[in-house]
Design a protein around this ligand. Sequence first.
Ligand code: CDP
Length: 247
Amino acid sequence: MPDLSGINKMTKEIKRSDGRRVNELREMKAKVGVVPNADGSAMFAFGNTVAIAAVYGPRQLHPQHMQDPSRGILRCNYDLLSFSVYDRKRPGPSRRSQEISKVTEWALQPAVDLSAFPNNVVDVQIYILQADAGTRTAGINAASMALAHAGIPMRDLVCSVALGKNDKTLIVDLTKEEEDFSEGEGATDFAIAKLGNTDEFSLMQMDGKIQPELVNEVLRLGKEACDEILEAQKKALKESVESEEEK
Ligand code: CDP
């Protein structure tokens, strides 16, 4: 359990509806190799939020005018499956899915080295099987593991989590119920991604409001959460290597 000293200096510890402490992640599940037909794949879950990612490539990019002769291109596609949410989600791309695909690409790019693959593309397909908030962050965690599983040259893994403010209290890994909290100052959703072994952040997105003096505390809690996520990702990758070796 991470050190709680210094947490929420401005507020008191609150009881969350699922009994978690303010800085406690939901139960994580991580598994590599869940899509046999892909070059690399992974599943990552935060509680009831479940994401799978499948990687294809590097392969030649068509149409040709989209190719970059100096390096390969990373292309991400994120979507919610129709049955992943309470109201059926209309199939096909939306403004939301396009935005999340783009920020996922940006979040992963600093970790991936495609300089050896000019004119090629690495496609990352991310689908959300079950959504209970934090789907972009679960998707990034799954995608980072799937890229490593596919043998794509990487500088690091990418770890991602959503933090937030529930009225006045900072909390880690919000559920949909917590994201919809509307009393007092309401809810703030602050998604981050960072490289696993450095302090380089590759995603920071916020919905809602936060006092500027709380931002550093959000990042500190985010880093602690990312350390736990990195361990879960590494464990799953190690297990997949061990099971390959046994075959
Ligand atoms: O999922 P994430 O927190 O990254 O992104 P969001 O756009 O803030 O969505 C928050 C949550 O709203 C999702 O995780 C789903 O639980 C829910 N949602 C939904 O029920 N139907 C949609 N069409 C989109 C989102």
